[in-house]
Design a binder for this molecule. Structure first.
Ligand SMILES: *[C@@H]1O[C@H](CO)[C@@H](O)[C@H](O)[C@H]1NC(C)=O
Ligand SMILES: *[C@@H]1O[C@H](CO)[C@@H](O)[C@H](O)[C@H]1NC(C)=O
Length: 303
């Protein structure tokens, strides 16, 4: 018996390093498909495919190695307002793709001002960073849009804005306390491609801030009105703020925080105000994913 088992055992032992090697290759995002197509090649191929006009998100051919599906885990940070921490929300290869996509698109970040609240102005006291708007037809952007929509589930999720990368660099780049919702509803066209093109009042419901680069000192996202952390929390991802009030979310590459900006009657929730604390050294890069709620539609569930 011993002799007949031996080759199998050897084979199994030989497989261990092979599978470990495969795992580490996968982890590095250097995934090779059966045909030896690298992820980047595949993304280029997907990007060059014609997009169907009827769908916001194009379907991806099965044989390509890039798949939109992602398993991430969640931790509730607050129930009211709803705030959720998302572990492993964006994969390494997606981050690399987004950073390359954004690289030549940066310009100084603006803030909204003016009597109607929608004039964009420079105000370095309020906000000092660089913003890159990403193209809506990029496959990874569409996938992340879909990931946000799927997180929203039964909550209205017809429209997600073009994704934005924001870069905070050494020397105090920051964003003072602000809310993501608009003071007055913004008129916009609800469903891309729908026959009804008349603008309708909308506001930002779901916000995701994801961390794409965390090679920095400080630069936490600070929510002054959120509950503090439990005493048992390790402080690695979120922590109690200096001064013992509010919540600090630390930049951790690949992780993200989601929150609901609006009350159920559609008005903005002040408790979602937050700041990007100054980056003392290094670089923090984040990604904004914003979904719109159209005020004359049902917020949660069907009519
Ligand atoms: C810029 O932002 C600061 C901080 O919010 C504010 O006090 C100041 O009035 C703003 N400046 C302009 C020109 O709007
Ligand atoms: C909307 O709901 C919030 C929270 O319940 C409340 O504070 C606010 O007054 C309401 N606003 C309107 C216009 O109904």
């Amino acid at each position: 018996m011993g002799l007949t088992m031996e080759p199998k055992t050897k084979y199994a032992i030989m497989l261990i390093p092979v599978s470990m090697m495969l795992l580490s290759v996968l982890r590095c995002g250097q995934f090779l498909s059966k045909n030896g197509v690298t992820l980047n090649n595949a993304l280029e191929r997907i990007a060059s495919l014609p997009l169907p006009f009827s769908d916001l998100i194009p379907r991806q051919p099965d044989e390509l190695p890039y798949t939109c599906e992602q398993s991430y885990t969640i931790e509730l940070l607050s129930i009211d307002p709803l705030v959720i921490y998302l572990n492993n929300f964006i994969r390494d290869e997606e981050i690399e793709h987004l950073l390359a996509l954004g690289k030549d698109r940066f310009s100084t970040s603006m803030v909204f001002a003016g009597s109607d609240g929608f004039r964009e102005v420079l105000n370095k006291t309020m906000r000092s960073s660089q913003t890159a708007f990403l193209p809506k037809d990029d496959v990874v952007c569409q996938c992340l849009t879909r990931r946000m929509q799927s997180l929203l589930g039964n909550v209205q999720n017809v429209e997600v804005e073009a994704l934005q990368i924001v870069k905070y660099m050494t020397g105090g780049d920051h964003y003072r306390s602000h809310t993501d919702w608009f003071d007055a509803p913004k008129l916009d066209t609800p469903i891309p491609g729908s026959s009804d093109r008349s603008p309708k009042p909308s506001n930002r419901l779901g916000s995701i801030f994801a961390y794409l680069e965390d090679d920095c000192e400080r630069g936490e996202t600070y929510f002054p009105h959120l509950p503090s952390v439990k005493e048992t929390a390790d402080g690695n991802k979120f922590a109690l703020a200096d001064g013992d009030t509010g919540l600090l979310v630390k930049p951790r590459r690949g992780n993200a925080v989601f929150w609901n900006n609006l009350h159920s009657n559609g008005t903005g929730d002040e408790r979602t105000s937050h700041a990007g604390l100054p980056v003392e050294s290094g670089t923090k890069i984040g990604l904004n994913i914003w979904s719109r709620y159209f005020l004359d539609e049902t917020m949660v569930g069907g009519d």
